[in-house]
Design a protein. Structure first.
Length: 657
């Protein structure tokens, strides 16, 4: 049976700050942990003394619900900082991540590790890009090890799971040994690409329909296989809670992954990690571990399992956390012979993975002592050649140089990164049209608020809160406009303000995507002289610029159930109309029509052996269409009023008193 205490003990009503304060105050390693701005835990020892040359810093981050997982890995030999999301299910904002990067910077570079999820990659990517434009050397690595999720994510990208913990350990050890940022990145990237695999299994309630009476349903505990890190979106359900059967089907799924990763590891040397996702009793969990220790080697065809790491390594951020995950990593030739033997060469770096995993740390969350002798990583021979990797995509968000200027300018943690003084003058709205633009902004916000419940219903197959997220963003924008905090006369400034408000007030992937869209949209106006006249072509070009940024940073495309499903066909339709007409009503009519078609393309039904799932239009895409429709309403209303005024004048002129 499900342990009710596990749910009560995992209540999410408390704040992130309170949780992290508890960890920092009880740190048993000389009170070396510090809480920065309520969301970041960092290690005091990361700061180099004047006599030291410094070293690479390693940081990681996670959703609010995973806390204090990564904060427990902050300490000598592992992480230098960890950033937690503001509340359950939300990733840290780009501003919070940037604050942590600035704190760690000492010219040697910062490696940012994050589980491969769209919202995380967006927020951390934005922060890393801003840091580069400020002269900080940063590399971002999105770690994907979930063998099940590669077919269901954008671009076939594997999702992040518990394997990121092992990467944090290895990266921290290499950094402590004095290796450079590019070298550490090369090792961790290779491991993440094809040397690590994880599968999640959760026990949860699911409805069961009886064949004898199709109208009769009941709920029972089942094993949900292939869930994400939050215990949702399983690909298969098995009617069993027996330990032996659970281990059997989990290993079968792990070794028959869709990328055939494990099959290439025959006769490999591996380490294994079994993660309690938070709600399972220790007795039941260790029974699963016992079953795995007897079967994992045979199931994977490995030469040997050299290390076992067990416990609550990465907690679920959802309430369905009564489960476990199994992670295996190929440590290769480094595991054979002595710990000082030559390891594999990745990116020109000779190292021993076993030595990294056995490297002593002060972090309270890593309690595993190495079984072999320690390898002095600082005396490893430096590589002659290091493979160079392509830099992050062109900076769509800051208009900066990508970090080529590495001057040591000091930045205040509280400064506004998007200060309007940092941007060149851009075209402005004619004074007589400013009231109309203000009306449009308020009208769009009102329409979004009115459709909250409808969008929440459309989002019921996911979190069911998409409409609420849209409403929070709309209310924040409406309040700022009414309070005069938005410079409506400047489209570039207005769009930047909207981007900042959405990043702060909207949760999840949607808020970040919209923030990227509006920030990049605003930059397109910098290409034009401040004396240039605003026209439809300038707005359409700006929207196209924003869409391109979303595609790059979000790694998504039309069909991935995002705002692009509506915006891409909309902007294509407007570009087509621009060749014939520059009438804004014609443009918006076509945009709304094409956006509606794009939304409807996503309506479909998926049938599987276990259940049938019906998907309507994506709620985020529907929200984007609602924005376009609301703008069209105001233009149509003004056009009708102008026609009425013109008709009245004509009547008065033709019938003088």
């Amino acid at each position: 049976m499900m342990n009710q205490d596990s749910f009560e003990g995992r209540d999410r009503s408390f704040s992130t700050t309170a949780c992290l304060e508890g960890l920092v105050r009880t740190d048993g390693h000389g009170r070396q942990l510090v809480l920065l701005d309520g969301h970041t835990v960092y290690w005091r020892g990361h700061q180099s003394t004047p006599s030291e040359t410094g070293r690479v810093k390693v940081m990681a981050g996670h959703r609010g619900g995973h806390y204090p997982t990564f904060a427990r890995y902050v300490g000598a030999g592992m992480l230098d900082a960890a950033v937690a999301g503001p509340d359950n299910g939300r990733h840290p904002t780009a501003a919070q991540v940037l604050t942590a990067i600035r704190e760690l910077d000492d010219r040697c570079g910062v490696l940012v590790l994050v589980a491969s999820e769209t919202a995380a990659i967006l927020n951390y990517g934005i922060a890393a890009q801003k840091a580069r434009t400020q002269g900080i050397i940063v590399k971002l690595l999105a770690i994907g090890d979930d063998v099940i999720r590669s077919q269901s994510t954008a671009g076939g990208r594997r999702r992040g799971a518990a394997g990121i913990v092992l990467i944090c350990k290895i990266a921290g050890a290499l950094a402590a040994g004095g290796h450079g940022l590019t070298k550490i990145f090369a090792v961790c990237q290779r491991l993440s690409m094809d040397r690590m695999a994880t599968v999640n299994a959760v026990i949860g309630l699911r409805k069961r329909t009886y064949r004898e009476d199709v109208s009769s349903e009941s709920e029972e505990n089942m094993l949900l296989l292939g869930t994400d890190a939050n215990g949702r979106n399983e690909i298969r359900t098995v009617r069993t809670t027996d330990v032996t059967e659970m281990v059997s089907v989990t290993l079968n799924l792990l070794t028959n992954d869709d990328k055939h990763i494990i099959r290439r590891w025959r006769d490999a040397d591996i380490v294994a990690m079994v993660n309690n996702m938070g709600g399972m009793s220790d007795a039941r969990f260790m029974a699963i571990v016992a079953e795995l220790t007897g079967r994992l080697g045979v199931a994977t065809g490995a030469r040997a399992v050299h290390r076992w790491y067990t416990g609550r390594m990465l907690l679920s951020s959802g309430n369905t956390d009564y489960g476990f995950s199994v992670t295996i990593m190929d440590v290769g030739a480094a595991a054979r012979g002595s710990a000082t033997a030559d390891g594999r060469v990745y990116g020109g770096l000779r190292y021993s993975l076993m030595a990294c995993l056995d490297f002593p740390v002060s972090a309270s969350g890593w309690t595993f002592a190495g079984l072999d002798g320690r390898l002095d990583l600082a005396h490893h021979p430096p590589p002659e050649y290091v493979r160079r990797y392509q830099n992050y995509p062109c900076d769509f968000l800051t208009g900066g140089t990508g970090g080529k200027d590495r001057g040591r300018k000091k930045y205040d943690h509280d400064e506004d990164d998007d200060d309007d003084n940092d941007f060149p003058p851009s075209p402005i709205v004619p004074e007589h049209q400013v009231p109309f633009v203000t009306e449009i902004l308020i009208h769009v916000c009102n329409r979004i608020v009115e459709t909250e419940s409808q969008m929440n219903a459309m989002d019921e197959t996911d979190d069911g809160d998409c409409g609420s997220n849209w409403r929070r963003g709309a209310e924040a924008i409406r309040a700022a406009v009414k309070a005069g905090k938005v410079d409506v006369a400047s489209p570039a400034s207005t769009l930047r303000s909207i981007g900042r408000l959405l990043e702060t007030h909207m949760a999840g992937t949607l808020g970040t995507l919209l923030s990227v869209l509006f920030r990049s949209f605003s930059l397109s106006f910098s290409k034009h002289s401040c004396r240039a006249s605003l026209g439809p072509a300038m707005w359409v070009d700006g929207l196209r610029h924003g869409i391109t940024a979303v595609e790059v940073y979000g790694m998504c495309k039309p069909g991935d159930r995002t705002i692009l499903d509506a915006l891409v066909p909309a902007v294509q339709g407007m570009e087509d109309v621009l060749r014939k007409s520059k009438n804004p009503i014609n443009l918006l009519n076509r945009a709304v029509t094409e956006a509606d078609k794009g939304c409807k393309l996503l309506e479909h039904v998926i049938r599987s052996e276990e259940r049938t799932t019906s998907y309507g239009a994506d709620a985020g895409a529907y929200g984007a269409k609602t924005v376009l429709a609301a703008i069209l309403e105001k233009y149509a209303e003004r056009s009708a009023a102008a026609m009425l005024t013109a008709t009245t004048k004509n009547c008065l002129c033709s019938n003088p008193m």
